[in-house]
Design a protein around this ligand. Structure first.
Ligand code: HEC
Length: 142
């Protein structure tokens, strides 16, 4: 899960800093992180998707489920050039192609200017769920 991975990396960075940083003269070298340091590192972790999805409307609940399970692997953090939901400038020309084209590209796969979109996100996602995933991302990106 991207958030957990990110937090883990932060913790590793923080631990490395504490372990390898030069201690103040006279201060005892500390190798362990305090609970407060760990909490601060977690609190400062930037969100993977900087979009506030406060409440997901009922018609996009299924799309969010599909997104969380499959599409978000790439689209959540923009992996491999995948457009992130909420990145309106990136989505505008895609949306302008029309929903049918977006559904087709998501279902059949699509090689574009920024990367490669695998058919159905590379998983056995049924047609209706692929469409729901597209609808969900588009709803956040208009
Ligand atoms: C393995 C990574 C990956 C996964 C998983 C993935 N995508 Fe994509 N997707 C991409 C990339 C990369 C692009 C951008 C391709 C380009 O424009 O060059 C893209 C583009 C798209 C587009 C825009 C197509 C267009 O015409 O501009 C849609 C819609 C889309 N994905 C839907 C989905 C849906 C729905 C899912 C989940 C079922 C999903 N994607 C899962 C990588 C992924």
């Amino acid at each position: 899960m991207p958030v957990a991975k990110h937090a883990t990396m932060l913790l590793i960075c923080a631990a490395t800093l504490v372990a390898c940083g030069k201690p103040e003269p006279g201060a005892p070298a500390t190798a362990a992180l305090t609970a407060a340091q760990i909490q601060a590192a977690l609190a400062n972790a930037p969100p993977v998707v900087p979009v506030a999805v406060a409440a997901v409307p009922p018609e996009h609940q299924n799309g969010k489920r599909v997104f969380d399970k499959t599409c978000g692997l790439c689209h959540g953090a923009g992996v491999g050039g995948a457009p992130r939901p909420g990145d309106k400038a990136n989505w505008a020309p895609r949306i302008a192609q029309g929903m049918d084209t977006l559904y087709r590209h998501a279902t059949d796969g699509f090689s574009g200017a920024t990367g490669y979109m695998p058919a159905r996100g590379g998983a056995a996602v049924p047609d209706a769920d692929v469409k729901a995933g597209v609808d969900y991302m588009v709803s956040l990106s208009r």
